[in-house]
Design a protein around this ligand. Structure first.
Ligand SMILES: C[S@@+](CC[C@H](N)C(=O)[O-])C[C@H]1O[C@@H](n2cnc3c(N)ncnc32)[C@H](O)[C@@H]1O
Length: 443
């Protein structure tokens, strides 16, 4: 049997009774790994023999290679199977404005964006600055073009954006018991009082989160812990004390209801969902879904984006005409010599700390426009006039910083691909493909 922190075993023995033995036995089994394929990318390999995660549209069991082209080019995202239930319950729709409040490293954000198909806005926030940067790089790698990435505490966001969102996900910081099997180091923070400590923070986060939800909007609260203090008891508290009403979650495939006897016999928590490792192939998770009373349109101002000068517009349009198959969708925004495209409907961000808005399109130089590496991840081969397939050897050489050659005329920014998957821009000039791979990314 695994080495648990003091008090953990006794607590779950008492809570689970007869079921405790099968629960503890799961800790001697390997953790379940999974990944999702990316519907924002073209289906380059429709045949996938890895078994499907039953509750997740794009989900499969299996491991992703960190340095493989599928991961580097954002065709897959590694995510534990139970975690894939959360955005499925949130059920975001194209065109909506969605907030992922506790978002790094970006597992749920990339899943949310998969449902939104590039339409609407996903505001993805992370309180921790270092983790917000990791979130930004994962958003970019996955080819998400309709995101506003922010780095704020929930209270400041609530002050800036009252009732501004159709859907909100609170994937709360928690005691992480459901991850003990996957990452035994997570146990070191645990003590018998830790769940109560986390619950106090979760209540504060939920208070701010509900203030940002429009009437009639949907809020999903999730944790990766087993502790009733952070699961059923938080759901019951929010249902009773915030303007949020629990709504039922469809449960199948061994997913169970929350347990009323762990929340003062509040029957409403039967509407919540628990994923237990002894009942399905996945780690421990808890999910509750709420709707805010009354229906109404989104409130709040929209971002005022910087307009392009006539010269900038001409240079950008020349680039689109020469190198892309169509203009970029969204609102173009110039900040000095930098060009961005931000999603239509982005809320006014003047009072929040933005890490990245939409996609960095490129830089205006004297009489020309230089596209950014971000376009290699934001766009797909069909969006470029020319995409050039490379060999595995050329892929390694180019990512190292070398020049490539092709017997092709003209001057174009091209997308370089491996197995049909884009990984970098190249600058084709009369047969030479000049290396424009960012120096910081070279390997
Ligand atoms: C469970 S993790 C999020 C995982 C992420 N949703 C995903 O799917 O990849 C919780 C996040 O909440 C952040 N966090 C910690 N304290 C917070 C607070 N007081 N308010 C908001 N977020 C907080 C953590 O930095 C962490 O990134």
């Amino acid at each position: 049997m695994s080495q648990f922190p003091n008090g953990f075993e006794a607590k779950y023995q008492q809570l689970l009774g007869d079921e405790a033995a099968s629960f503890f036995a799961t800790f001697d089994q390997p953790a379940q790994s999974g990944y999702r394929t990316n519907p924002l990318r073209p289906a380059v390999d429709a045949e996938n023999s890895d078994p499907q995660v039953p509750w997740s549209q794009w989900g499969h069991y299996g491991k992703v290679q960190g340095n493989g082209i599928e991961h580097v080019s954002g065709y897959v995202y590694s995510q534990e199977p139970s975690a894939q239930f959360v955005a499925t319950v949130l059920d975001p729709k194209p065109g909506e404005r969605v907030l992922d409040l506790c978002a790094a490293p970006g597992g749920k954000t990339t899943h949310i964006a998969s449902f939104m198909q590039g339409q609407g806005v996903v505001v993805t926030n992370e309180i921790n600055r270092g983790r917000a940067k990791i979130l930004a790089s994962n958003v970019e790698r996955f080819g998400i073009t309709n995101a506003l990435i922010t780095n704020n505490d929930p209270e400041s966001l609530a002050a800036a954006w009252p009732e501004a969102f159709d859907r909100i996900l609170v994937d709360a910081p928690c005691s992480g018991e459901g991850m003990f099997r996957k990452d035994p180091e997570a146990m070191q923070y645990w003590n018998v009082d830790y769940p109560d400590e986390c619950a106090r923070r979760q209540k504060l986060i939920l208070q701010s989160a509900q203030a940002m939800l429009r009437p009639g909007g949907t809020l999903v609260y999730s944790t990766c812990t087993f502790s009733p203090e952070e699961d059923e008891q938080i759901a019951s508290w929010a249902n009773a004390n915030l303007p949020l009403n629990l709504v039922p979650i469809d449960k199948d495939f061994g997913i169970e209801s929350g347990r009323p006897n762990w929340a003062d016999d509040d029957d409403a928590v039967k509407m919540t969902a628990r994923l237990w490792p002894q009942h399905l192939n996945g780690e421990g998770h808890f999910v509750a879904k709420f709707v805010k009373a009354d229906d109404a349109a989104i409130h709040g101002k929209l971002a005022d984006v910087g307009r392009l000068s006539a010269t900038q517009r001409k240079d950008y349009e020349a680039f689109v005409k020469n190198d892309l198959t169509h203009g970029l969708s969204g609102q173009l925004m110039a900040i000095k010599d930098q060009l961005f495209v931000v999603p239509v409907g982005t809320p006014d961000w003047r009072k929040v700390h933005v890490v990245r808005a939409g996609v960095h399109v490129g830089t205006f130089k004297k009489n020309r426009f230089e596209p950014s590496h971000s376009l290699a991840t934001a766009l797909n081969p069909a969006d470029f006039q020319l995409s050039i397939e490379t060999t595995q050897e050329e892929y390694t050489q180019y990512r190292h910083g070398d020049l490539l050659h092709r017997d092709l005329p003209g001057k174009h920014y091209v997308l370089l691909t491996l197995n049909g998957m884009g990984y970098a821009l190249g600058k084709l000039v009369n047969g030479s493909i000049k290396n424009v791979y960012p120096k910081g990314l070279r390997v």
